[in-house]
Design a binder for this molecule. Structure first.
Ligand code: SF4
Ligand code: SF4
Length: 167
């Protein structure tokens, strides 16, 4: 199964992923209407930076999700088949236990509706909007074994280059 996988070394910090995520969750999914809206849509992905490294972060759909354990109303649950952590807004009472429990800080407050807000992995799309919008491939939707193989091959290339320099 494909997963959203991040390669931070490729991230430019352009925030195209944040914009695409926000537009994807705006009624009609129209960029110009979304940008001009009185209440602009909110992204569910966050590009953090320390000035040198940029790192896009969103819900990791953890195997043992602490947000699900913390949610007292059942608004957050894990789908047994896909492993996705699913949020049911109608059950959310805005207590922010999930916000406090998430180790990554990627569940935030929808201050307009006073409910939690998190990545839903774009259920209307084959490829999530953030991954489709990223110009550099810093966010990709792919099988984990392919990602791991690519990393091993990159390491091999670096190793060979370094060995070559030391000759
Ligand atoms: S998968 Fe969809 S909802 Fe999740 S961060 Fe990417 S664009 Fe946003
Ligand atoms: S779109 Fe890609 S390069 Fe731009 S900030 Fe997001 S992850 Fe980084």
């Amino acid at each position: 199964m494909d997963q959203i996988l991040i390669s931070p070394e490729r991230c430019l910090g352009c925030r195209s992923c944040e914009l695409a995520c926000a537009v994807e969750h705006f009624p009609g999914k129209d960029l110009f209407l979304a940008v001009a809206a009185e209440e602009p849509p909110v992204a569910r992905i966050f590009v953090e930076t320390d000035g040198k490294t940029n790192f896009p972060m969103q819900c990791r759909h953890c195997q043992q999700p602490q947000c699900v354990n913390a949610c007292m109303t059942g608004a957050l649950r894990q789908d047994n088949e896909t492993g996705k952590v699913i949020f049911g807004q109608d059950k959310c009472v805005g207590c922010w236990m999930c916000v406090m429990a998430c180790p990554f800080g990627v569940i935030v407050q929808d201050w307009r509706q006073r409910v939690a807000l998190k990545c839903d992995r774009c259920p209307d799309r084959d490829v999530p909007a953030c991954a489709a919008a990223c110009p550099t491939g810093a966010i990709r939707f792919m099988p984990v074994p392919d990602y791991s193989k690519e990393k091993r091959q990159r390491y091999l290339t670096m190793f060979v280059d370094e060995e070559g320099q030391n000759d």
